[in-house]
Ligand binder design. Structure first.
Ligand code: URP
Ligand code: ZN
Ligand code: ZN
Length: 491
């Protein structure tokens, strides 16, 4: 009989704030002890020469979901969670997506059932809200929040999903009252539609024109507007998948003014550029996502934003579509940039890319790696203390990284259902060789060790970011507004 179910011995542990050498003692799926020379475990894993890091949390990924354009993505909850686990991620927060004709309770029940049957790691959901009618706002959304879906995404673009500014204010007000975090896809729909219309009229249909239509100004304008709406109500906001240097500057300026605005970026904005959309034939379609990858200056701005806290989370925005008629090429080679599914895969390579090109290349510290890939996601989405850290009492979600392992990325080694990777041929340093979820060995010896359906739903609490909303520059005016939206009692 051992003291623990499992002991991970001799590893070098990193959290968002510390680095230390210790054993990790695990009992009943939870970290029960941390320290040198722990007692025996019924099972032991030697982690000498390995980094022992919190399993990643991917708080932006699309799984078994109908896209904004109405296309079903290529990964279901099994392939997506297996793929995530092989890349060192142990928690995902994908979307339960309401389209305009759908009712929230049905949407939530449907996603919950599919995930319960298939997921191999733990998961929560954000809601996507496309129809902020009375029932959605005043009864269904509050119920979903009480059920642990404490964040929701809204769109400022995509004809089938977009909300106008009046609707965005309605959503922000309800979210503030009900303690949910609003995530926004910030791109100016009319700018994109206007540019796309003229490009197509002139016969510019190739994938590279997607990046022209989604000009960085469409992103920075909408980012600025979304922030203004949130500041009007003094309500925190998260801008997702930030890609351009100007949008990053907009967010940094707003934060400097005290606005409670948070932001996320993704691998495609660090490792790809608009030039990738300009590949031979239709190949550029594989790199077509919204917002699109930009240029070297924006890549550098994303690195800087990740280092200085302007960008707090690094997620995949995994939006998997195959390079065929089901996704990228609904009309074969005649598909225009407006018709191809938007999105790139990234669940599996999100962490290895940042570990190699961020930590190993000296651009970020190991603590920053942990914060950006795990701890900040837990804080942002109501999982603090339970996920995203290595501490007594936290779930034993760990990834054991071998920093000496060199890997050349190929599509064949990946576990998603996409059939290509935008990162084909990249040489990466460091790999997560053993992955644990609640003390269960999920991946070892390059083999999946758990059953389909063994992941658990995470009923999340409110975001830590809601605790201290700032940005009340004109306090008195804000007080009146907050009274109007029911957050404060009239004086
Ligand atoms: O191109 C992207 N990002 N597709 C996924 C949908 C979204 O907007 O996040
Ligand atoms: Zn989006
Ligand atoms: Zn997305």
């Amino acid at each position: 009989m051992g003291d623990f179910d499992l002991v991970v011995r001799n590893g070098r542990i990193a959290t968002a704030s510390d680095v230390f050498d210790a054993d990790v003692g695990i009992r009943d799926g939870v970290i029960a002890a941390l320290g040198p020379g722990l007692g025996a475990g019924r099972r032991e894993i030697d982690a000498a020469g390995r980094w022992v890091l919190p399993g990643g949390i991917d708080s932006h990924c699309h799984v078994e979901q109908l896209s904004g354009m109405g296309l079903m993505c290529a990964d279901d909850f099994y392939s997506a969670t297996v793929s995530a686990a092989f890349g060192g991620t142990t928690t995902i927060i994908p979307f339960a997506a309401q389209h305009r004709e759908m009712k929230i309770p049905e949407v939530v029940a449907d996603y919950a059932q599919r995930a319960r049957e298939k997921a191999v790691i733990d998961y929560g959901f954000h809601l996507i809200l496309a129809n902020p009618d009375d029932a959605s706002l005043n009864s269904d959304l509050p119920q979903a929040i009480r059920d642990g879906i404490t964040s929701l995404k809204v769109y400022m673009t995509y004809d089938r999903m977009k909300l106008n500014d009046h609707q965005l204010l309605d959503v922000l007000a309800v979210a503030a009252r009900e303690q949910a975090l609003v995530m926004v896809h910030a791109e100016n729909n009319d700018m994109i539609a206007w540019l796309a219309h003229r490009l197509l009229q002139q016969g510019h249909t190739a994938p590279k024109f997607h990046a022209v239509a989604h000009d960085p100004l469409a992103e920075s304008e909408a980012t600025n507007r979304a922030i203004a709406l949130s500041r009007l109500l003094g309500v925190p906001l998260l801008i997702v998948h930030v890609s351009g240097s100007e949008a990053i500057a907009t967010i940094r300026n707003a934060k400097a003014r005290g606005a409670a605005v948070y932001a996320e970026s993704c691998p495609q904005y660090l490792f790809l550029t608009a030039e990738d959309l300009d590949r031979a034939g239709m190949d550029g379609a594989m790199f077509c996502c919204s917002p699109p990858p930009r240029d070297a200056e924006s890549q550098e701005a994303v690195w800087q934003g990740l280092r200085d806290g302007t960008l707090l989370t690094y997620s995949s925005d995994h939006a998997p579509y195959r390079f065929d008629g089901t996704g990228k090429l609904p009309k074969g080679d005649a598909t225009t940039f407006k018709e191809m599914a938007n999105g790139v895969p990234g669940l599996e390579l999100r962490l290895p890319l940042l570990f190699s090109e961020g930590f190993m290349a000296g651009r970020i510290t190991i603590q920053e790696f942990v914060a950006l890939t795990a701890t900040n996601h837990a804080a942002m989405y109501g999982l603090s203390g339970r996920k995203g850290t290595i501490a007594v009492g936290a779930d034993a979600d760990l990834a054991l990284w071998n920093p000496d392992r060199e890997v050349t990325v190929t599509t064949g080694m990946l576990h998603d259902n996409v059939g290509y990777t935008p990162y084909e041929g990249r040489r990466l340093r460091g790999w997560p060789e053993v992955v644990l979820s609640r003390g269960r060995v999920v991946v070892e010896n390059n083999t999946l060790q758990v059953e389909r359906g063994s992941g658990q739903f995470l009923k999340r609490g409110p975001s830590d970011m809601l605790a201290n909303p700032t940005g009340l520059s004109a306090a008195a005016a804000r007080k009146i507004l907050r009274t109007l939206i029911g957050m404060e009692k009239p004086a």
